[in-house]
Design a protein around this ligand. Sequence first.
Ligand code: GDD
Length: 311
Amino acid sequence: MARHVATCLAGMLGDRLDLIVARRSESEAALPQGRGVFLDITDRQAAFDLVESQRPSAIIHLAGISDVSVAERNPDLTWQVNLMGTLHLAHALKAHVPEGTFVFAGSSQIYGSKPEEGRPFSERDLLKPMGQYGATKAAADLALGALAAQGLRTIRFRPFNHIGPGQGAGFVVPSFAAQIARIEAGLQPPVIKVGNLDAERDFIDVRDVARAYSLAVTRAETLPAGAMINLASGHPTRIGHLLDGLIALSSVPIAVEVDPERVRPNDIRSLAGNADHARECLGWVPEIPLAETLRDILDEQRRVVRVAARA
Ligand code: GDD
């Protein structure tokens, strides 16, 4: 995510961008004009020291435990990172750059499962998370709302499932794509292991999400205090349908097998979002079609297999 935001912001701000990336050094190489700074956001003092020394005009807070299965297995760490880490950074900005902008990458999982009426979630819907991951993101969203009431300019994004190049193999699309690439290369029997294919998610491209975060920074002063903004296509896609689309991009026959280890006990059945507010306040609509995103992800996984074979 960070590299897509960095690329997008560099395009919008040019020389005015002086980027501080507070995360592991391994991502530094991918960042245009970037200076990488390591920060453990669970360390309150370190967050305060960094913000005091760098005095950023804006923080786009992308760090977090984002793999839902990992979060459910590690609830204590997830609360520390997703809630306390967010608060450390936001409090540090309020203390040292009170006129600064805090952009938060939250999650659609704060809404829980499909509203009774079956319509897509809007920002006016109640927060009813169903697991630890969604609860940590909902708590951070609420806490930032309180900071907005106290004068900090916070922009709370609620992105639905954003996918694209660079996403880790723990998530559904890269997981399927990696298996297809290995099958094509003869490294795995022609059987793809899957979890719950009946779940539905609202998929958008990570590069569209990066554009929304970047727009928010450049237009922060025009947004309402404590803005809450869904990023979504408005359409749920069944995971089974997505799998069919990926398999159709492959040249080899592939069978499908449900792996009980991949089926989550408390999976949200259906998520789709209404992004009218993003259109109204940022002029944002998703632009990259799902078919193109799937192709890009599969191509990336094929490259990974080729590079590994050469090593
Ligand atoms: N990961 C994974 N692996 N998921 C699978 C698999 C599999 O083999 N098979 C089916 N699924 C189903 C999951 O059960 C879930 O219903 C859906 O595919 C999507 O799973 P993920 O890609 O892991 O994403 P998520 O919906 O749990 O959460 C993502 O979206 C949120 C926003 O809606 C993450 O990106 C979160 O960080 C993000 O906040």
